[in-house]
Design a protein around this ligand. Structure first.
Ligand SMILES: C[S@@+](CC[C@H](N)C(=O)[O-])C[C@H]1O[C@@H](n2cnc3c(N)ncnc32)[C@H](O)[C@@H]1O
Length: 335
């Protein structure tokens, strides 16, 4: 994986190529995967077609300097669509998301190896169900690994820039100047997801101009509340959304209601108030969905055992939970 460098003359780090793009018709590219419309529904969890990898080699065109094409009277109108696809049920897709999917010339599907194969399959399933635009191409790319040596922030920053280089390469080398690229984001793009930040890294590097549109999706928090048939907040009270790591450092100030995501440490076990109520959900919206709810002191062990077993059986787990202290005072003023 080449480094994402803000001022490299070629998006692949090669200085031998001209700055002006030489863009063959995007739809003649050999890496193209067209969806075969069979009229049949693929069962969930199977793989659609041949997976295709983005080449990592230097392409035949470099990106324009900002404004260079416009100065020559060439209009460039690339668009990136960041599309929220929901948290695991293909029917979470909104009409707006389906329309956005079909506007894309290229859809990027991240693959993360065996353990997260379900997430890639889910994106493929969504494409098979909802993509009616025969011209849309699907590119799969392997998500770079995040470095775990050194500082956490440094590792995340390098990781984001590595993904940014893939987006940039797709814009410059795998699509034309008027093409629309769709990024399928799990849940909603505004919630514990860095796709918007990563796309802004691409913009900041200045080699390619584009418009950005964000399409909201159903979050795992919404899926949890719907499955548990509960409102997220108590009347007039705040809710804090946090990570397992933060909760394990102590209950947050100023709130009796906490939603926990990205919990690799089972932080619910560290909560002192054993009378608090927990609503826990794993694989929400998927055929594997499990929920457990009750008094924390009564159900924490069951959640922990269920979680370990499910993780072992499925090879992965994603879970989200709400913990509500019983002493919170509800206020008036909400319908
Ligand atoms: C990187 S964040 C992405 C959140 C996503 N953008 C959203 O709107 O839900 C991943 C975390 O979201 C939660 N999550 C996502 N999908 C889930 C699901 N289907 N069931 C339970 N938790 C889920 C888990 O806490 C997981 O660790």
């Amino acid at each position: 994986m080449r480094a994402f460098q803000p001022s490299s003359p070629c998006s692949s780090g090669c200085s031998a190529h001209p700055r002006e793009p030489i863009l063959p018709p995007a739809r003649q590219r050999s890496e193209t995967l067209r969806l075969k419309k069979t009229g049949r529904r693929r069962p969930q969890g199977t793989v659609l077609g041949r997976p295709l990898r983005l080449g990592r080699s230097c392409g035949t065109q470099a990106g324009p300097q900002p404004g260079a094409l416009a100065a020559r009277g060439v209009s460039v109108s690339r668009t990136i669509l960041i599309i929220g696809i929901g948290a695991g049920n293909p029917e979470h897709m909104t009409v707006q998301a389906i329309n956005a999917l079909n506007r894309a010339d290229v859809l990027l599907i991240p693959t993360k190896g065996e353990e997260k194969a379900f997430l890639a399959d889910m994106r493929r399933d969504i494409c098979e169900r909802y993509l009616t635009n025969e011209a849309t191409r699907i590119h799969e790319y392997a998500v770079p690994k995040r470095r775990t040596d050194g500082s956490y922030d440094g590792g995340v920053n390098d990781w984001h820039h590595a993904i940014a280089s893939i987006y940039e390469e797709t814009l410059l080398e795998r699509s034309g100047p008027d093409d629309t690229i769709g990024l399928l984001v799990w849940g909603d793009p505004m919630l514990y997801d860095s796709t918007i930040r990563i796309v802004e890294h691409v913009r900041a590097a200045g080699r390619v101009a584009f418009e950005l549109e964000v399409i909201p999706g159903i979050t795992s928090i919404q899926a949890l509340c719907a499955s548990r048939k509960i409102a997220l907040n108590r009347i007039g009270l705040p809710v804090q959304v946090t990570t397992g790591r933060r909760l394990s450092e102590g209950w947050p100030e100023g709130t009796g209601d906490v939603v926990v995501m990205l919990d690799g440490v089972e932080a619910f076990r560290t909560v002192q108030d054993r009378d608090a109520e927990i609503h826990w959900g794993a694989y929400l919206g998927t055929p594997l969905e499990i929920t457990i709810a009750g008094r924390l002191g009564d159900v924490a062990e069951t959640i922990s055992e269920t979680r370990s077993r499910a993780r072992q059986e499925n090879g992965w787990i994603m879970d989200t939970y709400l913990i509500r202290q019983r002493n919170g005072q509800e206020a008036e003023g909400e319908t």
